[in-house]
Design a protein. Structure first.
Length: 322
């Protein structure tokens, strides 16, 4: 008699907790830079976000699921808390952060059954909920100059382009940040999205530790570059260049840390490429033609909904590595 246990049957030393710890390590450079730029408010917002996510998951797990083996041990709630804080402005009231965490954990994650069962990225669901519910607070950005916050508010680079085009200006008429400022992080924006170099360092670590593969980040960023280049060549007066699109908003943060979420991304390599291309194209479309200046969050959530279909079309044969 053979006793067949539930899948997965492949044995490995890699565990969920280890993978989540690798992601946390990869997020450290961006966190350090955000604290350096925004000060204690960035650290406080991140700590409140993480603590709220852990609390809500523990309460739901203990009193609703009646589970004695608490899921907070896998560190996934910590990842959700950090990523949610990275998608928020440093000036956001802390009570709004707590509400965002409740939506992220209670609605987007635990209502589906917990880690691995959720359809949508929890942190992005929390972020989009806050953006729709509190648009003024979610679009109030501290102005950053030479890595210091001067206490006044200003638009993000994507916001400057959106507002400028809507007012009849061209790209040349706008005083946009230089490529160096975009790459290093001397711009306004959410906590974790402003420093491209910090996010790339984290991405390299994830690739070296094989926590993620190259398929989704490369396909997301590649499709953003190609599609924005087409628009730029067609009309450079109304469309920013590809480098601008790659270095602004949540492009890097989304491509490296959000879209690569195991539970909400395809299983096969080719499926991941399709998934990434869809995110990249939708991001540029929303940025250029949508009501919001940024489109990465919406693009990822839309493609999250298509993951079951992609998995069904690009199904993996048992024992296949691709």
């Amino acid at each position: 008699m053979l006793t067949v246990s539930p899948s997965p049957h492949y044995q490995s030393e890699t565990s969920t907790t280890k993978l989540m710890c690798n992601v946390l390590i990869a997020l450290v450079p961006a966190l350090i830079f955000s604290v350096y730029v925004f000060g204690f408010s960035a650290l406080l917002l991140t700590l409140v976000s993480v603590a709220s996510c852990l609390l809500f998951e523990f309460v739901i797990d203990k009193w609703l699921f009646k589970n004695q083996n608490y899921s907070i041990k896998d560190c996934s709630a910590i990842i959700t808390g950090v990523l949610l804080s990275f998608n928020l402005p440093n000036s956001l009231p802390l009570w709004m952060v707590v509400i965002g965490c409740l939506i992220a954990i209670g609605v987007a994650k635990m209502s589906f059954g917990g880690l691995g069962c959720n359809i949508f990225n929890p942190a992005l669901v929390g972020r989009v909920f806050l953006l729709i519910s509190f648009p003024a607070d979610m679009t109030t950005w501290s102005k950053v100059s030479e890595y210091t916050v001067d206490g006044t508010t200003g638009a993000t680079p994507l916001g400057m382009v959106k507002e400028g085009i809507m007012s009849g200006k061209t790209i040349a008429d706008l005083s946009l940040p230089s490529t160096t400022d975009l790459f290093i992080g001397n711009i306004g924006g959410s906590l974790g999205e402003i420093s491209v170099i910090a996010l790339i360092i984290g991405g390299i670590y994830l690739l070296c530790t094989k926590t993620i593969t190259w398929h989704i980040p490369v396909s997301v960023l590649g499709s953003i570059a190609v599609f924005s280049c087409i628009l730029y060549l067609a009309n450079p007066e109304l469309n920013a260049n590809p480098i601008f699109h790659l270095c602004t908003g949540g492009a890097m943060l989304g491509a490296i840390f959000m879209a690569t979420d195991y539970a909400t991304s395809p299983m096969t390599s080719f499926g991941k490429i399709i998934f990434g291309i869809g995110i990249g194209v939708l991001t540029v479309i929303i940025r250029r033609f949508g009501a919001y200046p940024e489109g990465m969050s919406f693009a990822i959530l839309i493609m999250n909904a298509l993951v079951p279909l992609i998995n069904k079309i690009q199904h993996r044969r048992y024992g296949s590595k691709n």
